[in-house]
Design a protein. Structure first.
Length: 381
């Protein structure tokens, strides 16, 4: 059976346009009543990486979340907004990210993810157990609301990656550490989380997207699109094409398809909605990272060579760094230390997860790509 992906244009975040677009997207997929019934408890999971104003394009725009919340409330269901931001508590992040008006206007609850529950997987999965936020499983329906952004480690953060936020607190760092430098291992963790959370629907905010070195320090770019699907793997693969890339560059699409969590096969996907002029893009700026996927033992000397000469690494600009210590506190392998009044990165320990880049509010962490990596990126893309 074919999977439907709906794409609609929406120039701005004006409530009237958004309400219309959300209604149209939902109708394209069978209407809100196909997903939500009266009396249901519905969890909305936006991207709330950190406190950031909507025009920075770091968080899912509150106006889109409000339009979805209003559609769900209209059915007679209750709505909560949940996440586990790596920096700051959820109420503070919501408030600083422009969600106060939404929370005052609509009867929507705030649901910080605090408790953990161990979810188990079958033998054919790489990981047999993952601890996820218990709160996620207390709802009848989860609606996933990602932001369309680039991501220094995973290239893009779209629907599947957005659910990494259902890990509680420091568990995110633990999984980065466990996956190490192998992007496919990390993509597998993300796909397994997606399989368990099983959002009924994913609606992506691509009105003001982010290009360049996202997900925190990229450049906002107006794309004017909103997409929706029941299958986030399919939606992500369609978004890849829209921004001018094959979905094979997004490992969550490749692994999600291989594991049967969704499909990235164009033959299996029907795209409906508006005619999008100017797409696919040919100038969307991807991150300067050249993450190389290989499966070599840590003892293999070739791996050490490749790591040194090809893998993109972070570098801290001491002239900008405020020595707040946030990067060091969140670095999964504890590769960052303050030495003689300067934050230093131990290259032997670094796994290029770019959590430091993601979390530095001062934009003091730069992405540095060795020459060989740059050449490889050009050849691959
Ligand atoms: S988070 Fe940024 S400002 Fe803070 S210590 Fe790290 S690099 Fe410096
Ligand atoms: S230094 Fe930065 S990129 Fe390297 S492991 Fe630590 S957080 Fe990840």
């Amino acid at each position: 059976m074919k999977t439907f992906v709906s794409l609609r244009t929406c120039k701005n975040y004006e409530p009237e346009s958004l309400n219309n677009v959300v209604e149209t997207l939902l109708n394209d997929l069978g209407g809100i009543s196909s997903f939500v019934k009266p009396g249901d408890r519905v969890l909305l999971k936006p991207n709330l990486l950190k406190s950031a104003t909507p025009d920075e394009a770091i968080v899912t725009h509150p106006a889109l979340v409000e339009a979805v919340a209003a559609a769900v409330l209209d059915v007679g269901a209750s709505v909560s907004i949940g996440d586990s931001p790596p920096l700051g508590n959820l109420s503070r992040v919501l408030s600083k990210s422009g969600y106060d008006a939404l929370l005052q206007r609509l009867p929507v609850k705030v649901a910080p993810f605090r408790q953990k529950i161990s979810v188990e997987f079958t033998d054919d999965r790489l990981f047999r157990k993952i601890d996820l936020a218990q709160e996620v499983f207390e709802y009848d329906c989860v609606i996933n609301l990602p932001k369309l952004k680039t991501h220094t480690q995973m290239v893009l953060t779209l629907g599947v990656k957005n659910l990494f936020g259902t890990l509680v607190g420091t568990d995110k760092a633990s999984w980065h550490l466990r996956a190490g430098t192998d992007v496919d291992t990390f993509a597998t963790v993300l796909v397994q989380i997606y399989e368990k959370v099983k959002p009924a629907l994913t609606i992506i905010d691509g009105i003001l997207a982010m290009e360049g070195n996202g997900p925190n320090s990229g450049t906002p770019r107006h794309l004017g699109i909103v997409g929706a699907a029941t299958d986030a793997v399919a939606l992500d693969s369609v978004i890849c094409k829209l921004i001018g890339h094959d979905s094979t560059m997004l490992r969550t699409c490749v692994i999600g398809n291989a594991l049967g969590a969704g499909t990235s096969d164009p033959e299996q996907i029907t795209v409906v909605g508006d005619e999008l002029r100017g797409f696919p893009l040919n100038n969307f700026k991807m991150p300067e990272s050249a993450t190389v996927t290989w499966n070599m033992s840590d003892r293999n000397p070739l791996r050490r060579f490749l790591q040194k000469h090809m893998v993109t690494v972070p570098e801290i600009d001491a002239s900008i760094c405020e020595r707040c210590g946030i990067c060091a506190n969140h670095c999964p392998p504890a590769a960052i230390r303050e030495i003689h009044g300067k934050m230093e990165i131990n290259r032997d320990k670094c796994i290029s997860c770019f959590c430091c880049h993601e979390l530095c509010s001062h934009r003091a962490v730069r992405i540095v790509q060795p020459l060989l990596g740059k050449i490889l990126t050009r050849v691959i893309r």
